[in-house]
Each structure stands twice: as C-alpha cells, then as structure tokens.
Write a new protein. Structure first.
Lengths: 363, 363, 363
C-alpha cells in the first residue's frame, strides 16, 4: 500500500483543525494510559521552598526587593516549556504543498509514461517559512514513482530551471545511456530543453531519482524523489498494511522528512496490530540515525536488496545515498516520538524542530 | 559481571600511584615482549650526521653561529615526544568522581526502586579540568541501572535542575505514558518537582536512559546513563568474565568515554584468556568508529537485540543513539590502545587526548 | 590479482593521450548505446521562446537594449556546463606519482623484507596542485604490502621526517611490541633514526599500515598504505579477475581516492563479465558512502573478516579506520560514475572533483 493509498479513516484522522488536533494527540496519549501502568506526577514542594534550596546550593544572596533567582528560574523554565509545548501542540501543522505523492502514469502501447517538469518554486518547509526550491512537478520530494520489475517506463523531463540538469535513477541498474550523468552518459539538458529516458525496469527495491548535475546544489534544493520498484515475485515481500517512503534531507532547507520540518512533518498513523513498512532514503549530506520510540524496527533490505538475515534495532543509521527498508509491528498503542538521534537535528531550547515526527498507533 | 563487580586484584592493579602506574604500564609492556617476537630499535647514525643529511635534503645552509636546523628539528621532535609521553605516563590519571557505577535498588513489595536526583555539579573530566555538568546523582554517566526482564521497577526522579526535564528510557518498549517525552507522553517535570516512573521491564538488552527535554543541551551536559536489562532466558547469552558498559560522548565536555577524557579514562583490565563483553552506547552527536588494537571484536547485538549472525571487526562504527554489544577474546597479552578512529577525537600534536583508553591483558 | 598486476591491455587502455582519452570515454559510452535502449534528446523549443517563458515566470522585465535574462541564463548554464565538461574530458588526468603500487620484498633466509623510508615530498594531487606530503617511499598511498598468512615479515623503517614517528599495522593481531604505539609498545622513532618491525603474519584480510604518532597530522599528510594478507586457505576466497585496493582520504590534501583527486583519480577498467574485488580502506576523518552506478556491490568482508552472510548494496558507508571488501560482477557495459555520495565531496558548481572515479566495463 502506498503513502497516498492509506485507508480513508486515517486520512480523516489527520485532516483535523488545529483545535481538534490537540484533542487528537491528547486522546492518543490518554488512550494509552489504561495500558500503560503507573505514571504519577508528584509536586514535591512549593516553588518557593524549592527555590530557597536552589539559592542555597548556588550560594547566591538574592536582593531583598528583587525577584528571587528561584522564582526567576521557574519563570525561565516555564517560558522554555511554553515554547516546547507550542511546537508539539502545533503538530501536525498545515503547510502548503505535499511531496512524495504517487504519480499515476499515462500508459501508451504498454509503456508507462511519467511527465516531469523541473522548475523553481516557493516551498513551505514549516508554517510561514518559504524557501526557494528546485523541484520535479513542484513538490519536495518529487512525486513518487512506483512501478513493477519488467515494466517499460518512459520519463519525459522538461527543464524549466535556470541551469542544465539530468536525472540519475539511483539504485536502478540501467543501460549506461539512461544513467543520467552529463558528459559521461548523456549531454546536459539545457534550460528550456526536454529529454526522454526510457527503459525496462530492472532490479526491484527502494530506489531514488535525483539530479546528477551540479548535484550538491540541485539535490540540496529539492530535485529528488522516491523510485519504488515492486518485485515480479512478491512471495518474499513482507505482508504489511502500510508502505511509507521517508526521505531524509539536510540541505539548504534545513532538516526535513519528506520536505517538511517539525511541526509540519507528517505523522504516520497506524492501527494497533498493523504492520508498517518504512523505506528510508537519505538524500542529504549527513548521517541520520533514525530512532523510533516504543517499538523496534526490523531491517529487511539495504539499498533495495533484501538482507539475507533481517536484524532488529531501534536506531538505524542511514548515510547519504543509502536506503533501508524496515518493518515495524505496531503493537504498542500511543503517540510515539520518531526522530533523528543527532539531537541538534531535532531539538533546541526552543523545542523540537527539524527531523521529528510521530508514529501514532491507534487502538 | 558488572563494571563495579570486578575481581579485587584488578581494582588493586589500577589503584596505583602515578609512579607505580608508570612501572605498571612498563611491566605490562615488557611482559609482552617475551611473547612478542623481535622488535629491535636501531639508531642508524649520530644525530649530527643525520642532521647534516636532513639539511642537505632541504637545501638549507645553516648560519655558522646558529643552532643547526637539524638540531632544531631534533629538539622540536623531543619536545613533542615529551608531551606525548607525559600524557601516556599519566594514564590512568586520577580524577574526582566516577560514573557508570551500579545503583543498587531498594526493594519494596517486589518492586525495585531507584532514586535519582538531577542536579548541576562540577565534574572533573580530566585532571584539573572542571566543567559544569548536569547529572543524575552527581556522576557522568549516571549510575548504571541493571535489572532483569520482567522486573517491576520504580524510578523516582527529583529535579534539582534550573530547567524542566524528563527521562526517556531509550530502547525500552514501555507503555506510552512511561516514555518520557514532555507534552507527548507526560508533562515536563519542573524545577523542584519530583516524578515517578513505574513499569514492568520489557525487552532485554543494552539500553540507555537520558533526558528527552531540551535534550541537545541536557544530554550534552551529562543527563545520561546505561540501562541494562538481563534476559530471563540466559541460555543465549555469551559466557563472559567481564561485562563493561562504555558510554561515548562528544558534547560540551569534549570527547569522553564514561565521562572522562584521556588520560583520565578508565583502562579495562583482563586476564589472559578471559572473555570481555563491551556494551557501547553513543550518547553524543557524532559517529565514533571504535578501534581496538591487538584483538578483534565479535559483534553480537545491535541496540540490545541479538544479531542473527555475529560478525567480526576491529573498528566498529557507532552512531548517536546506537548501542552495540561485542565480545573480545582476550588472547593477546599486553597494553593495547583502544580509541575512536576519527583521529581528531584522539590525538593532537600535544599527544593523545579525549577518546583513548587501553585494554590491558595480563598474563 | 593486485592493482599493479593488471592485464597489459588494460594498462595500455589507460595510457592514452588527452585526445585519445576523450575518444576512449566516448567509445565506452557509445559502446553501451546498442545495449541501452532508447535515450532521445529533444530540443523542445528555441532558446528565445523558452527564455520568454522563464522571464514571465520570474516576473522580470528585460531592458530593451540589454541581454535578456533568458539569454543570460542560457549563457550561465553553458559556462557552467563547459566547466563540468572540461573536468570529465580531462579524466583520467596525468599527474606525477602513483601510490598503492605493489612493493616486492627482498627475501633473506625465508624472511620477506620491506624497506620503507618516511620522508616529506611534493605530491601532485591533481594536475598542477602540488602539496606537502609525508610519505612512505614517496607516494600516497604508500607502496602496497601484500603477504600471506604465516609469512615471516621484516619491515625496516628509516625516518627522514622532521618529527618522530612509528608504524601501526592496523587490523593485524600482532605481538604487543610490534603494535607501533609510541610510549605504549615502543619508543618513538626519532628523526634520522631507523627501526625494525618483524613478525609472523597473523590474521588474513584487508588491513592497513599508518603512523600512530601525532597521527591526526601524520596520517592526514599521507603516512598510510594498504597491507593485504592473503589467507593460507584460499578455498573461501571469491574468484575474481581483479583485486583493487581503494584508499579513501579527506585530510589536508582534500578528498582523494588513492592519493588523487578527480580528474586525476584512476579509473578501474574491467572487461564485460569479469569479477572485481574492491578493498575499501578509509584513512580519513569522515564517513564516505561509496556509490557505484550501474551494478551493485556484494559486501563479503568487514575489516578483513569474512561476513557470515554477504549482502548487496549500491552505496556502502565506510567510516574512518574501517575496511570493506566487496565484489562487483561487471555485467553492465559502459563508463560508470563511482563516487562518494556526500555530494560536497564529489561535485561543485565547477564540476566533479575530489572523490570521483569511474568503473569502465568494456565489451
């Protein structure tokens, strides 16, 4: 099941107003409590008392007519917490534009045809933050291409960028002249020109397509997307209820999942007992060790190739250009933090940002 | 066997004065020589002769009344070597405070109770270098919690920090409301307040506990520790003589193993033929490829989950948030360098520093 | 088969003039076309028309007597493309000095003797860019040492550097006093002095030798090389036609493969159907996820140790100090880009540079 092919009730769940979103998160959290055991918050003293202890410890002498340092610390903590809360309550924040949506092909004489236009757009990474983005069909990530091993595929690229470009199909073992490397396998596609790639889809797996010309800039600005090849023989595929493509990036737009920064990242919503396949793709320049709370990840494939022996983890390190497929058995209800564990990519003293989302397991 | 549960004779070995420490290292080194084969140092010429050759090679003409460049190079080399030697001879340097020590629980009605206080202390990272540290119970890493799968555990946290906080049990598949993420699974624990976590210990393995509030700062300053869960069924556990938890960090305190920088890092001391389990935990923001000299490491678990097929290596790359369990068969006597192989984390022209320790295999 | 032991016809292929080099690359590319399927370049409009559209999109109004922005964009694209083309057409660019060449030992009484001199030289990283290099025998990487498990080996090191030094045989499980760590296993080798290492070669695999004194600087400047140990029992070795050692570095000399930056990197040339073994060695300070186009890599060993179950990938992340052995089945003809996928290590708006080479599969 693809990202855009989710059950309607899950989509409805996400299409909530800011207000109901709060209730929703609260409900998810409260829903877990009955399962969760004991978690008691105990205020162990009045702020003033604690404050006095703190002052003593620090050896400071508060001026008689000043706000006490303890009260000041409390106020500082409250102010920081308010910023943290604001970010989390805003999640999932609405922004304009959604990438990684399935691109339905035209079919002509048995050939699946995908039309792409590379152009510069304004992209809303998080609420109110608009950036210059270089995109295929106006979104980051580009529309998701999903085909089957052995399909005949034609990809028409129109270049409306101010630079030449080319598409490399990262991970696909194509004939050399379809590999998309200017001056090695093809001429660069000049501004205003179009170019056609056509091939029979080779090896199955989680692959990518992205620019291979001036790529540090062009991929960094957004010319990237998922290219999923389903195998002819599906007997070895895991049986899953959802199949989620998650593109990691850290370029000019900051730290993003599928082109958005927290709180505008997309939560993944599953029902208790469902199996979730995540296809990680690192299109950035840094590693991102992806940590899921509450449930482990079973790693089943590397760069689209099934692993001979899957292994389990909770933090999976993904380097630039790598893809990993994992399966999560959604057996633990609640709203679970899901983030890059390089903490500077995920949280500052202003709260969570960047590479943070949630896996919401609904009972 | 836990870190603090070492045979007394090994502890005695380490409790040496700076002077006897030198003899100790020397003895360890010399002890290996009889096993080691041939290693002959041959001075191939007097310094003056060599110096002349060096001058010739460089094409320089030394002034008649100046120190010759060759003699100068020799002096520079000697000065650098002296700094290198000084660091190594100081190892293991005494500092105040030792983290990662087993925390014995109180047991009430079958519940193992651990009391933690988060507070700001001064921490000695290496001799004379005191830093502000945010700690659980005053040490970095925090006291090591070691329990058994299925145990009922209660953790009381008193927050004496100037900020709110919360504990995330990284790797444990807990009920959602015990997961420790403010505003998602619980309210933040304000300065002066206390909070209680309680749960039945789920999945076995090498896990961690650390702050999940303003975590870039709070974990960076030291709110982190090992949380080891021994499995109910120990039949698949490796038989080892020592079980060592090694927390890697690279935050505000510099490059550290278990909260200390070389030469204040702790050597691991084993007897020839012993098996050593190391549980690496990366609480930092960077990768650390851990290189052991002299013996390989057999990787048996990732994030607490046994690998289906262990594999061998000498340099194991550990990313932030990851844990790896390895077993070392201590079959090669001597004092072996053991360090992060990002060389800037381990050596400068002033000598070794940061992420360096030694595995000492005694005959 | 070692790097310097390639079939003569391949060496001849590379020994081409700049002019014939261009034809060669073109031929390799064209050779693939008949296999490749359809790849049609279609100019979809005159530059002027496209330009008008671009202007409209940007909302700019070109001055009547100025060069139009569209024409200017075209000129900018052309200028950038020319720089890209120039780099690729220059590949493989001639430079002085070639590292990683097999060092034939002298044999005395059954001992294989290797003579090394550490000295400072000028090294040409790419055409015209000469850098100060600290080398063994004048090249980066150092001469490749290739011996057999159980061999008796003697290595004589003459230190002509302005600093003390020592050699660590990274990955070899040697007797402690041969491990090459000053003040732990031996005294530093002073400028002008010589030192002899001698040992019976232990564990097989892809290892390294490099300085372990002031190593951030000394290894960064080039004191490094491959140390390959062939196993006594070769029944488990993959049958390959070429065996290529590829040392990655990112020190003071920039991003290099075997001491050279693109376009001066060495292409790997194979015949269709050949099997290629690559031994990656990271002697740098950063990770390098190595991405091969057109064919996957089967990972067979980590740090010289065979993996219990090889796995496939197209992008292999290699951390400092790690080695990986992979096998590539060269079944896809053409010239294939082969590069680090941290794009800043491989391409700028001036074109490809640094960690880029090509695997050329000839029909």
């Amino acid at each position: 099941m693809s990202n855009s092919d989710r059950p309607t009730d899950l989509i409805d769940t996400l299409a909530v107003t800011p207000t109901s979103r709060r209730s929703f998160l609260k409900a998810a959290s409260l829903g877990a409590v009955s399962v969760a055991g004991v978690g008691t918050m105990v205020a162990c003293g009045k702020a003033g008392e604690t404050g006095a202890a703190a002052v003593k410890q620090a050896g400071a002498v508060p001026a008689a007519n000043a706000v006490t340092p303890a009260a000041s610390a409390q106020a500082t903590a409250d102010a920081m917490d308010a910023m943290h809360e604001k970010g989390i309550k805003a999640f999932p924040a609405k922004t304009k534009g959604k990438g990684n949506q399935l691109l339905a092909p035209r079919v002509e004489k048995g050939v699946k045809i995908f039309d792409l236009t590379a152009s510069v757009v304004q992209w809303e990474v998080e609420p109110g933050r608009l950036v210059e983005a270089w995109t295929y069909n106006g979104t980051i990530p580009a529309p998701q291409i999903r085909v089957r091993e052995g399909d005949r595929v034609r990809i028409n690229l129109k270049n409306d960028l101010p630079e030449s470009t080319a598409i490399h199909f990262h991970g696909l073992e194509l004939p050399n002249d379809q590999d998309g490397v200017p001056f090695i396998t093809q001429p660069p596609i000049k501004p205003g020109q179009s170019y056609t790639y056509e091939f029979t889809v080779p090896n199955a797996g989680s692959h990518m397509y992205h620019s291979h010309h001036n790529a540090t800039k062009q991929v960094g600005l957004g010319l990237l997307g998922g290219f999923i090849v389903e195998p002819k023989d599906t007997s070895h595929e895991p049986k899953v209820d959802q199949d989620y493509v998650m593109v990691l990036n850290d370029g000019a737009h900051g730290y993003t999942f599928n082109g958005k920064s927290f709180p505008a990242t997309e939560p993944i919503v599953a029902k208790l007992g469902q199996k979730l396949r995540i296809r990680y793709m690192n299109e950035g320049m840094m590693i991102h060790p992806m940590h899921l709370h509450g449930m482990h990840q079973t790693v089943i494939a590397k760069d689209g190739w099934p692993l001979p022996y899957p292994y389990r983890c909770d933090t999976l390190n993904i380097a630039p250009g790598e893809r990993y497929d994992v399966v999560v058995n959604c057996n633990n209800p609640g709203t679970w933090a899901f983030h890059c564990h390089i903490l500077q990519h995920a949280e500052s003293d202003h709260g969570m940002f960047g590479m943070v989302t949630a896996l919401i397991v609904q009972k």
